[in-house]
Design a protein around this ligand. Structure first.
Ligand SMILES: [Zn+2]
Length: 387
């Protein structure tokens, strides 16, 4: 596949009815209903609050891929990428070149596993349960839907599609972890067995593809074992499972750029499934060269402020995402007041020891909202994002 051509296709032809961070079932239902006859739509069951959960199936091939997005309701970037993929698969002129895809692959995707969480813009479901810690107990209807799906479909490969916060970076000097991956463990010893190697080989290929677009911005998650996570549970059943984490890219708080990289990653998985790149010797090894994700970023760092009773310190601001009137607001809150030499800000300001002016009712502490800052009578620096 020609990925730079595909990136251009994505810029021009992606599913434009979906935009930004707040993606709910009312956004995706019309798209599901309008899918062409090449797609099969199945109702799998209902969420806690009675919202339907659907699976969309494409292709008739022997190699079966199962994926699900928005298991965490506020992680919508991969959902947008899933519908971009549906649009690409529907675009005959594009798919013609890859006509053998549908005869080799069966792709089954659940675009929104947690529609109640999506509506409320929460990680958890309506009962406040993290579905990615419910794989063993399956106390929630959404967990039972997923369990029934993978036991019935018997996938050869699973895709666990998520989004991550802006706090993750990779490398030294640190760069934003725009996309991160994991081939999860299936035991406490983190044994690298055949099933994990298969996932590692695919991720190594995805990192290779993405490195041409976002060099040094691809991370690898810690593989500590937790049997309550869906990925670890599937690995234990010897089903290779890839964790995708859509992260931050420059000032793209709407995650429209990252969405393209997730789209390319999904296509990279299809390519791997056809070429079976994991059969090559040592194809999994480059996985270990992908740098590990670290918590080393803040949205904004204000350096060298002379603070009352504290002296010269740095101040970190992190946006808190809040849902108001069907829109996500990014509220700038003080996350840390300290020497932040080891951290990087997606945006940084150096005040070189200058003294800020706070209003008399402002309490300088972690958690306080700081919309703007005035220093030395200059125009205030504002931290608000466009709404
Ligand atoms: Zn998640």
């Amino acid at each position: 596949m020609d990925y730079s051509h595909l990136k251009t296709w994505h810029t021009n032809a992606r599913e434009k009815t979906l935009h930004g961070r707040y993606i709910t079932q009312s956004h995706i239902l019309p798209l599901i209903q309008n899918l062409s006859g090449d797609f099969q739509v199945d109702l799998l069951g209902d969420s806690v609050q009675g919202r339907p959960v659907h699976a969309v199936t494409w292709g008739k091939g022997a190699f079966k891929i199962l994926g699900w997005s928005q298991m965490h309701g506020n992680e919508s970037t991969t959902t947008k990428a899933v519908f971009d993929l549906f649009k690409w698969l529907s675009d005959n002129s594009e798919v013609k070149e890859h006509a053998n895809l549908s005869s080799k692959i069966t792709l089954k995707l659940v675009p929104m596993l947690n529609p109640d969480g999506a509506e409320a813009y929460t990680r958890v479901n309506a009962n406040k349960v993290d579905l990615n810690r419910d794989a063993q107990d399956r106390t929630q209807p959404e967990s039972r839907i997923l369990h029934q799906l993978y036991t019935g479909f018997k996938p050869d490969l699973c895709l666990n599609l998520h989004g991550q916060r802006t706090i993750f970076g990779v490398g030294n000097p640190a760069r934003s972890a725009t996309v991160s991956f994991l081939s999860p463990s299936q035991d406490e010893l983190r044994t690298v067995n055949q099933s994990r190697k298969k996932g590692m080989a695919i991720i190594a290929r995805l990192a290779e593809i993405l490195n041409t677009f976002i060099p040094g911005q691809i991370g690898r998650y810690d593989d500590g074992f937790n049997i309550n996570c869906v990925g670890d549970t599937l690995q234990q059943l010897n089903i290779p499972t890839l964790l995708f984490e859509a992260g931050h890219f420059h000032e793209d708080y709407d995650r429209e750029e990252t969405r393209a990289f997730m789209f390319l990653s999904l296509l990279g998985v299809l390519e791997s499934a056809i070429l079976k790149n994991w059969e090559e010797n040592d194809a999994y090894k480059p996985y270990f060269s992908i740098p590990e994700n670290e918590k080393c970023f803040y949205d904004i760092i204000l350096r060298g402020l002379k603070l009352p009773e504290k002296g010269i310190e740095d101040l970190a601001i992190q946006y808190e995402e809040q849902l108001h009137n069907s829109a996500i607001h990014f509220v700038p809150k003080i996350a840390q007041i300290a020497d932040l030499e080891k951290y990087t800000g997606h945006k940084e300001f150096d005040f070189q020891g200058a003294e800020p002016v706070f209003s008399s009712d402002f309490v300088l502490q972690e958690g306080a909202i700081l919309e703007e800052l005035e220093v030395n009578g200059k125009l205030p620096t504002t931290f608000s994002l466009k709404s």
